[in-house]
Write a protein that binds this ligand. Structure first.
Ligand code: ZN
Length: 257
């Protein structure tokens, strides 16, 4: 079974601080390996509510150090290592999540089996899960990476927080593409907007696109309506993530390939 479980679909400060959408990150499982991507506020609570056991996690992955992606990382490390008594698991994070003003506390670091620093253009493996970090994003002062995960039937790429820039689409071209689409209109902010997503899709033409990590402007406009508009503009089938959504990736390949 290969699947994604959305423990949160909220993005950016207003939506997350009001919990208009949850922000627990994305639980990814492939075979016997389970990892949690971007454990934001509520990751522990949402995992347990879903019946997911953090002690079974093989790794935590941080795309970057901003709070909506990392605030529960320390408690998730404690849960993954059964209170720090079982030294195990891997934490993948950009270097600045560990340097001065670190989001991963120093005393907690001893609990984990290994800390791996994410760098541009590298490939990483944990258990049965393999992913790469194709390109460094432009996202304020936080070192940020997105991911290309290898699943049995396709590669799923995940464009996490970033400003649009030349080379972004090419770096993430894959049959299934996930977008952290924080904003509706484009603007001078380091986040993807709907026009950015349209531009990337026209260049990459995946079988399926998935939208998540919504800020206020997208929620106000209704993400499902925004997705329809994107489908009309690009011809690409769009799916919209909601809190608690489990997506079976084998079903995706059966349905859309
Ligand atoms: Zn961010």
């Amino acid at each position: 079974m290969e699947k994604l479980i959305f423990l949160g679909t909220g993005g950016a400060r207003f939506v997350v601080s009001r919990q208009m959408r949850a922000s627990g990150g994305i639980w990814i499982s492939k075979g016997n390996t389970q990892v949690l991507l971007d454990p934001g506020p509520g990751a522990l609570v949402k995992s347990l509510e879903k019946g997911l056991n953090p002690a079974k996690l093989s790794a935590l992955i941080l795309s970057h150090r901003h709070l909506d992606h990392s605030s529960d990382v320390n408690i998730m490390i404690e849960a993954m290592t059964e209170g720090g008594f079982k030294k195990r698991g891997v934490v993948f994070a950009p270097e600045d999540a560990l340097e001065d003003d670190p989001v991963i506390l120093k005393y907690i670091r001893n609990y984990v089996g290994k800390i791996e620093i994410l760098r541009e253009g590298r490939e990483y493996t944990v258990g049965e899960i393999n992913f790469s970090t194709p390109i460094k994003h432009i996202h304020g002062n936080a070192e940020t990476y997105g991911f290309k995960f290898k699943f049995s039937h396709f590669i799923l790429s995940w464009i996490t927080d970033t400003r649009y820039f030349a080379g972004l689409a090419e770096a993430y071209k894959a049959p299934v593409m996930v977008f952290n689409m924080v904003r509706l209109p484009s603007g001078p902010l380091d986040h993807l907007s709907m026009p950015d997503v349209v531009k990337i899709l026209k260049e990459t033409m995946p079988r399926v696109g998935i939208l998540t990590h919504f800020g206020m402007t997208v929620l106000r406009a209704n993400p499902w309506k925004v997705a329809e508009e994107i489908e009309r503009a690009t011809g690409v089938k769009m799916l919209v993530a909601k809190d608690g959504w489990e997506i079976d990736l084998e079903a995706v390949s059966r349905e859309y390939f």
